[in-house]
Design a protein around this ligand. Structure first.
Ligand code: DOR
Ligand code: ZN
Ligand code: ZN
Length: 429
């Protein structure tokens, strides 16, 4: 058994924010409180003590949005390397998106991902299935069969299903079996060759722009289809002020919609792109100061329920070209927690407890998986972190194969020390 001793417990599931210990036995949280040696021993003799003094103990973080590239693009990332990077980032569970080669579009492919995960991943892998065959946009996958095989959600991530009637059909089935649809909102016909946010900066750099409307029109459409079908809709990587407004409004109306914000979208604006550097290229792009402020307000007031990374590794070579030609995406697993602490907690937008709610408890609820709680009897998925430690992000230390980050050299606060999955230490600094 494990005795996590003398830490500060942050448990959003029952709003616990106090000093305490945790005892782990048989993969579960056996007790929470402050224990003497004798009490701890009464739970079992073979005790491994983890000293958490000066640190915070939280339920393991869960990332609703990663790209692990296996099968097909293993030179960018594998389930093994992606899961190790996630564990280092404090994540005990992740949702790999289906835009692999081939796409994850059948029960067999879901099984294949789970088989690799079983062998290679120290953390929970919650596979996300594609919505159409080959993500080609015209023929629905076997949603029920894939859910039975273990798909936890469905998404066409990388693009939107542009045919609204096919999408509506998918949402009807998803509603029937109560699995969430995760939406990448981007109007394919409006985006053209766009490679960064449309505005003064894109004109200055001579790079084709992506307007906010490219995202907003699909957010509006998807919310209306969710309202029509009763499906649970989760909006991925929201980047615009109007996305936040529409989610706020739809939630008031009782639509089952949730939204996520990625750390890069609350940390940087398009003005931070000082030269043509593809490590600042992702989809949706870095937006304006007004958008960033709206995303932060949305996180602060609870409209935006989740923080997820859209961890999108690419090779050094692929990212060494102009923003115009490079693939979209940056890595995020190993910088999400510290950016949350630095940009949201330090600035007073979120308390440490609320940051953990958006990175653990809410993602678990949205996905319908266990975790996100440190209450007695919960699965022992736990992260231990120092919220006050300052350091400089060094991409050469990443366990991910992807080093494509705009945050190399950034001074941050907040470091993960230990990650525990089902009572087993899977990462320790
Ligand atoms: O930046 C992105 N990268 N956005 C996406 O939608 C896809 C992702 C990827 O797969 O690289
Ligand atoms: Zn996406
Ligand atoms: Zn993505």
């Amino acid at each position: 058994m494990i005795w996590i001793k003398g830490g500060w417990i942050l448990d959003p599931s029952d709003n616990t924010d106090e000093l305490g210990d945790i005892l782990i036995k048989d993969g579960k949280i056996a007790a929470r409180g402050i224990f003497s040696q004798a009490t701890a021993e009464s739970y079992g003799e073979d005790i491994q003590v983890i000293d958490a003094s000066g640190k915070k103990i939280m339920p393991g973080l869960v990332d609703l949005h990663v790209h692990f590239r296996e099968p097909g693009f293993e030179y960018k990332e594998t389930i093994k390397t992606g899961a190790s990077a996630a564990a280092k980032g404090g994540f005990t569970g992740v949702c790999p998106m289906p835009n692999t080669k081939p796409a994850v579009d059948s029960p067999e492919m879901i099984q294949k991902i789970l088989d690799i995960a079983e062998k290679d991943s120290p953390i929970h892998i919650y596979p996300v299935g594609a919505i159409t065959k080959g993500q080609m946009g015209d023929e629905l996958v076997d949603i029920k069969g894939m859910a039975e095989a273990g798909a936890k959600a469905f998404s066409e991530d990388g693009k939107s299903v542009m045919n609204a009637e096919i999408y509506r059909e998918a949402m009807k089935i998803a509603a029937e079996i109560d699995v969430p649809i995760m939406a990448h909102c981007e109007d394919k016909n409006m985006v053209g060759q766009g490679a960064m946010n449309e505005g003064a900066k894109s004109r200055e750099l001579g790079i084709p722009g992506i307007s906010n409307a490219v995202e907003d029109v699909i957010v509006a459409r998807d919310i209306l289809i969710a309202k029509d079908t009763g499906a649970r809709l989760h909006l991925c990587h929201c980047s615009t002020e109007d996305s936040v407004k529409m989610i706020r409004c739809a939630r008031k109306d009782g639509v089952k919609v949730s939204g996520e914000v990625c750390p890069h979208h609350f940390t940087l604006t398009d003005q931070d792109i000082v030269e043509d550097d593809a490590n600042y290229k992702m989809n949706p792009p870095l937006r304006s100061r007004d958008d960033v402020e709206a995303l932060k307000r949305g996180l602060g007031d609870g409209t935006m329920e989740a923080i997820s990374t859209d961890h999108a590794p690419h090779s050094e070579e692929e990212k060494s070209v102009s923003i115009k030609n490079a693939p979209f995406g940056i890595v995020g697993s190993e910088t999400a927690f510290c950016l949350g602490v630095t940009e949201l907690v330090e600035s007073g937008i979120l308390t440490p407890l609320e940051l953990v709610r958006r990175m653990s408890t809410n993602p678990c609820r949205i996905l319908g998986v266990e975790g996100g709680s440190l209450q007695k009897g919960s699965v022992a998925d736990i992260a231990i972190a120092d919220f006050d430690e300052e350091y400089v992000i060094d991409k050469t230390e990443f366990l991910s194969k992807g080093k494509n980050t705009p945050f190399d050299g950034k001074k941050v606060k907040g470091r993960i020390y230990t990650t525990i999955v089902e009572g087993k230490v899977v990462y320790s600094l």
